[in-house]
Design a protein around this ligand. Sequence first.
Ligand code: ZN
Length: 404
Amino acid sequence: MKDLQTIREHAALYLIWSNRVLSRGRISDILSLKPPTVSALIHDLINSGRVREGRLADSSGGRRAKLLEIVPTWGWVIGLEFSSRGIVSACARMNGDIYNIKQSNIESGAGRDKILKSLSAAIRYQINNIRKIDLAPIFRIGVAISGLVDEKTGISINFPRLEDWKDVPLKQIFEQEFGVRTVVENRITAITCAEHLFGEHKDLKDVLIFQMGPGLGMGIILNGQVRRGVKWSVGEFGHIAFSSDNGPLCYCGKRGCLESVASDYALVAQAKDAIKDGVNTRILDFAGSKDNITAEAICHAAEDGDRLAYNMLERVGYFLAMGVANLLNVLGPEAVLFGGSMIEPNDVLLDCIQRNLRVYTLEYIEKHVKVAKATFGSNQGIQGAITIALNDCYTKPQAGNSIG
Ligand SMILES: [Zn+2]
């Protein structure tokens, strides 16, 4: 059994990490410990090289105390993000500072085995990079992956549009290969954890986070907690029934899903069709060629005044706002945040969504809900992967192996 001192040390470390900087007084308040007990605790954490004194606290009269922070260099974690946009990897220090973000694409048509090799190669690359810097232990690998994930067993149950990706035991595969404890989480849940702990709106208790990309997903923070739902199925915003008649067939097997008319994929497909039909547009000036049309190119063309691009985003924004407004009317959150490949390039789509939210959200809810972009922009997936890795380090410090 862990002794009381160890439990208190772990609790204090978690608080200092998750608050970035913290005073002894706050630790004493939160853990209901007397100041001398906290002093002894902090003394041990400083001596063991995990915590240090940083900048001075803002003055509230009297002597200004030094705030405590995590010593970044006592270890590393590795983050891995796998979504329809490809693979992103990075490493991070123990305070959460992220380094060496690297993107690699997946060949179109690649199956399970090839993708697993690419994921392993991305982790190996980060390990090699870390070892060029120092020999501090690597404590965790955090994986944020699209699709359903059983986060307890670390099994990736499925992946959007990848037919041979079924029940892949990622945790087991990486733990065997690299000998380091691995945590696997649904990508949007990982992003939601990062927003919840470190986002600009982290102090709010009820927040919805929408991902407007190749898929449409949402993260839910209710009463200060990240929701996972029954069997990890929370947040399938893209598959809410949308079309009253027999709408287009979705890859999930249903007809009329929101995602089949208003996702990054749908937007790009609509642009290609319009160009094939001879519609006058400058989207290709931004994309380079027909094969390279992306949501980003369409957003930039729209901002530049291209009618087709703007009208397509206006239509997508209208559909998305209807879906979002329904959820705002039901849940009445304090804030609604937007991220993803159709939101990141500029404000065109978010403006369309916001305009339509004013129409379809109940007035008293719309008046109070804060609408903003998600905090971490195009790095939100990797930020999520690093956050779940560090969260596991600080909440389960004695679990699993590390390298080094
Ligand atoms: Zn669907």
